[in-house]
Write a protein that binds this ligand. Structure first.
Ligand SMILES: Nc1ncnc2c1ncn2[C@@H]1O[C@H](COP(=O)(O)OP(=O)(O)OP(=O)(O)O)[C@@H](O)[C@H]1O
Length: 235
């Protein structure tokens, strides 16, 4: 279990991202305090993945800034693991030519990579697949392997990009329990509302790149702007 002093505070300050004429993020500010589970939700195209990509350094903001532990920070993808930031991908992009264990060892940072990878697989309930090749395994198992790969380095900030996508109710319940048990800071982009509402301490709602609400699950579910954004998207 991480202690507070090991955790990092990540903050976005007035971040905007424009792709040509399209504003994908419009003055978004967010503080992800140590140990908190923060959700980012919004209809399709709201800017959730773009926000993740800004934090990972894949997309440069057009304006605004980021800080890590209060210091100005310019994210770079190859520095993330050194900083203790791990991210899962929307899909299950594992290396087909490597075993499950080898795939998870890619995420490890220490000398004891193999035992740490096995422990992460065990934590995710998939250690029995260690010597299998991921391509042959069911999707839900591969999602768990993806989580093990993110958890193996014991990240201080865990970024989960639609971890519930394609999972059934039992798998989602398991995932919710795992997220709560990590004891680390989590940033969660997810469409599955029950999961978001049950695990998050705080939720940011984006709509067409604009932050329209930020608050506890109770505040967000009672906010008419949020209902309107989702109904508008469904109409
Ligand atoms: N590299 C890019 N170039 C141009 N437009 C982009 C790029 N990346 C994202 N966009 C656009 O920015 C907007 C926000 O996209 P983004 O993928 O961040 O939304 P999202 O909330 O993650 O959507 P979804 O829920 O469907 O994954 C969309 O209109 C998208 O088409």
């Amino acid at each position: 279990m991480s202690t507070d002093s090991q955790l990092k505070e990540l903050a976005l300050h007035d971040i905007s991202v424009r792709f040509g004429g399209l504003t994908a993020l419009d003055n978004v500010s967010l503080r992800v305090a140590p140990g908190r589970i923060v959700g980012v939700i919004g209809p399709n195209g709201a800017g959730k993945t773009t926000l993740f990509n800004v934090i990972c350094g894949f997309v440069q903001p057009t304006s605004g800034s980021l800080t890590l532990d209060g210091r100005p920070w310019r994210p770079r993808p190859h520095h993330l693991s050194r900083l203790g930031i791990a991210r899962t991908l929307q899909g299950v992009g594992q290396f087909a030519g490597m075993t499950v264990l080898e795939n998870v060892m890619v995420g490890a940072r220490h000398r004891h990579a193999e035992s740490e990878a096995l422990a992460a697989l065990e934590r995710c309930g998939v250690d029995r697949y260690a010597s299998a090749y991921p391509g042959a395994l069911p999707y839900a198992i591969r999602k768990r392997i993806e989580l093990a790969r993110a958890l193996v380095a014991k990240p201080r900030i865990l970024m989960l990009d639609e971890p519930a996508g394609g999972l059934d109710a039992d798998e989602i319940a398991w995932l919710g329990a795992l997220i709560k048990a990590t004891g680390t800071t989590v940033l969660l982009v997810e469409h599955h509302m029950d999961l978001v509402m049950s695990v998050c301490d705080e939720i940011l709602v984006l709509d067409f790149g604009k932050p329209i609400a930020l608050g506890s699950p109770e505040e967000i579910s009672a906010d008419p702007k949020v209902t309107e954004a989702y109904l508008g998207a469904a109409a």
